[in-house]
Design a protein around this ligand. Structure first.
Ligand code: PEP
Length: 278
C-alpha cells in the first residue's frame, strides 16, 4: 500500500487531469455482485467512508446490478449523498418485446446518470459489436444520461502490435455519427482486456499512451474542443495502491473500477487518490 492519507484540511494537489479543467470521474462497476441487501450496506459504508470534501474535486459513480438500482437510489436520495447512480448496460429500444432487457428510458426514471456501454465482458461474452454499442450510447443520450463507452484491446492484439488500431476502430465505430458537441460530454473508458480482473495493470506510461491516443483520435474526428472536454477513464485492476500513479497522467481523467469497488474501504481510497499521492 502506498502512502498514508494526508491530514484533513490540507488542500489536495492538483494532479493529472486536475489541471486540464476536466473533473475526474471514479466509477465502481459492481458487475453481477451484491444482492440488494448487500448493495444497501455497501453504499452506506461508502457514504460513511467519504466526507463532503472528498467530492469537491472528483465525481463518483456506482454501477450496481439492475435489481439493486432502486434500493441504491433510495439510499442516495434519502441521505443526500453526492454519488451518481450508474447502470452497467441497457437496451437500444425504449420499450417492447425484448424479454429480459432493460431500457435506457427505465434507467432515466431511476435517476441514473451514467450507463456503461460496450464493456469488454459484453463485447466478448455477448457478442456486442461497435454498431450495437453505438446504438446503446445513442439510447443513453436520448434519455439525458451519459454513456461510459468502453474500448480496449486483447492481449493477442497488443502482442501483435495492433492495440492502437483496435482502440481507434472501436472508438470510431462506437461513437460514429455523434456530433462534436455531444462527444465532448461523453466518458470513454480505456480498459485493456488483459488487465480486467487479472490483477495485471497497464503501467501508468502505457495507460497514458493509449488515453492520449484516444484523445488524439477524438481530435481528428470531432475537433480539439470536443477532444479536450472528453473524459477518459482507465480501467483494469485499479487498486488503492496504483490509483495515484495512474491518475497523475495528464490524459487519464478517472478510473472504471471493478473488483476494488465492491469494498467501500478500497473504493473510498481510490476516490481519494489525491490524498495518497507520493
Ligand atoms: C471492470 O470491470 O471494468 C474492471 C476494470 O474490473 P477490474 O477493476 O476488476 O479489473
Amino acid at each position: 500500500m502506498r502512502g498514508r492519507r494526508k491530514s484533513a484540511g490540507r488542500e489536495p494537489a492538483a494532479t493529472g487531469s486536475g489541471s486540464s479543467g476536466r473533473t475526474p470521474l471514479i466509477s465502481g462497476n459492481w458487475k453481477m455482485n451484491h444482492n440488494h441487501f448487500e448493495a444497501i450496506q455497501t453504499i452506506q459504508k461508502l457514504a460513511y467512508a467519504l466526507n463532503r470534501d472528498d467530492y469537491r474535486h472528483t465525481d463518483v459513480s456506482v454501477h450496481p446490478p439492475f435489481t439493486d438500482l432502486r434500493s441504491v437510489q433510495t439510499v442516495l436520495q434519502a441521505d443526500d449523498i453526492p454519488i451518481a447512480l450508474g447502470a452497467q448496460d441497457c437496451h437500444t429500444a425504449d420499450s417492447g418485446a425484448f424479454t429480459g432487457e432493460v431500457s435506457a428510458a427505465m434507467l432515466a426514471k431511476l435517476d441514473v446518470t451514467y450507463v456503461i456501454v460496450g464493456h469488454s465482458e459484453r463485447r466478448a461474452l455477448f457478442g456486442e459489436s461497435d454498431e450495437l454499442v453505438n446504438a446503446k450510447a445513442r439510447a443513453v443520450l436520448r434519455h439525458g444520461m451519459v454513456p461510459i463507452v468502453c474500448v480496449g484491446e486483447t492481449v493477442d492484439q497488443r502482442r501483435a502490435g495492433q492495440a492502437h488500431d483496435v482502440v481507434a476502430g472501436q472508438l470510431a465505430g462506437s461513437l460514429d455519427g455523434l456530433d462534436a458537441a455531444v462527444v465532448g460530454t461523453l466518458v470513454v473508458a480505456y480498459e485493456p482486456v488483459w488487465a480486467i480482473g487479472t490483477g495485471e495493470t497497464a503501467t501508468p506510461a502505457d495507460a497514458q499512451d493509449m488515453c492520449a491516443h484516444v484523445r488524439s483520435q477524438a481530435a481528428d474526428r470531432w475537433g480539439s474542443d470536443a477532444a479536450s472536454a472528453l473524459r477518459i477513464q482507465y480501467g483494469g485492476s485499479v487498486k488503492p495502491s496504483n490509483a495515484p500513479d495512474l491518475m497523475e497522467q495528464p490524459d487519464i481523467d478517472g478510473a472504471l473500477v471493478g473488483g476494488a469497488s465492491l469494498a467501500a474501504a478500497d473504493f473510498s481510497r481510490i476516490v481519494n487518490y489525491r490524498l495518497y499521492a507520493a
